[in-house]
Design a protein around this ligand. Sequence first.
Ligand code: ADP
Length: 472
Amino acid sequence: MEKKAFLSSLVEYALEMVLAFDSKGIINYANAGAKEKLGYGEEIKGVHIGDIFPTVFDKTEDGFVTEYIFGGEALNMAAYRKNQTCFPTETRMIAYGDEVYVCLSNDILEKEFLSKEVVQVRYEAEQAMKVKSEFVANVTHELRTPVNGILGNVRELLEIENDAAKLKNLHLMERCCENMGMIINNILDFSKLEAGKFTLDPQKFHFKSMLDYIKDSHIRKVTEKGLDFIFSISEDIPEYVIGDELRIVQILNNLISNAVKFTAMGKICVEVVRTAQVNDRIELFFFVMDTGIGIDKKDEDKLFQSFSQVDASISRQYGGTGLGLNICKQLVELMGGTIAVESEKGKGSNFSFSIWVTVPEGEDMGDSSGYTASMPVLGQRRMLADEEEDDTRRYGSEANMEMLKKILSKLILCVEMENWEKAEGFADTVKQLTAEAPREAKSAALRLKMAIQKENYEKTAAAFETLNALME
Ligand code: ADP
């Protein structure tokens, strides 16, 4: 095909509208697309360009005037059909000397419609989100009132009740109410964070007292489980800092509660170091490390998503809503930091997070070199369990025997006090400590757990005796 014929057929069948007009503004060429979109036939030749784009071209006696700069950017302008209806276009025009003008134009009606639809969908989604968070806020508030009412009454009854069986039930009710209260608070926080309505409340507070408070509130549970609880705080952290104390406590409480929940033996360490400084702001790094059940590598990413629990059997055994870590992540990010986990299945988990706090005026800034001496700690992301070289888990080793004796004596004490639930926790630990033991010890540990589950005192005592004798 001849080159000229080829080019003109390209123009003729282009999906764009193509028009050519002269210095008087009279159209002398329109391709098929232009004719179809504009509703003209051959009579389009002879129509003034100002009739097609009246918002851009003014007709004059000589031809036309326009503010459009030929050869410039494509502009959005309305194109008028023969029947005087119009549609939006994106149009570019080029001038070839003073005689020939070409107009290339796209119908963008569909695009505009779609983008309007996107705006509408986004608006509706935002509205739905708003309604949802208001609903959640109302419902959680309505739930909190009766739960607090029950809790108050249960606590009053606890003070006057003497009957052991009733006391046991009342304690159970108290715990249920406390758990329910915690879940309600989590849902409320979560919905506020999701709706972007959460604001921090930074205040000056005594840093060490905050950590003491956290330690005090967990120490009972930790020691009851026979775990060691180690706190270490680097010396270059100022006495007072400005930050949202309540929320820092919330994050730490969550991580420590998880550590306690998922650790049957060994220890829990909480460490705080200062890592960076910019003007009056310092970065603090917190570590919460345990020697518990650990987390599979493939599940680590899932942890910080909302409603995510590693697996269903774990949540059945340990409870929880899977919201805690997601809330921690969002809070940490609000405080300018990040949260991460390093873990090994069966060995333990290290959770760490950073936040930025302000040093109040007049407070000693400590090291001002930017990076402090505590930095190397970050490089020591070791597993706590590695430090012990896993000796406690090696059946027959001195550490293992010592731990077994300790746990068994706690276990039997719980059985004597008919606290079967706690005894079951210790029986689990005994099972883990005897995982590599010869058959006799292993099956005694299994019988012990089953007897405790059935709350059978005789069988528990028998299995306990067998195990005790094996350790002589
Ligand atoms: P939940 O309320 O269920 O505890 P979280 O978001 O706090 O929700 O935790 C989600 C899941 O992450 C837990 O169900 C558990 O499977 C896993 N997990 C969290 N902390 C630990 C830990 N220290 N050791 C082992 N698994 C953990």
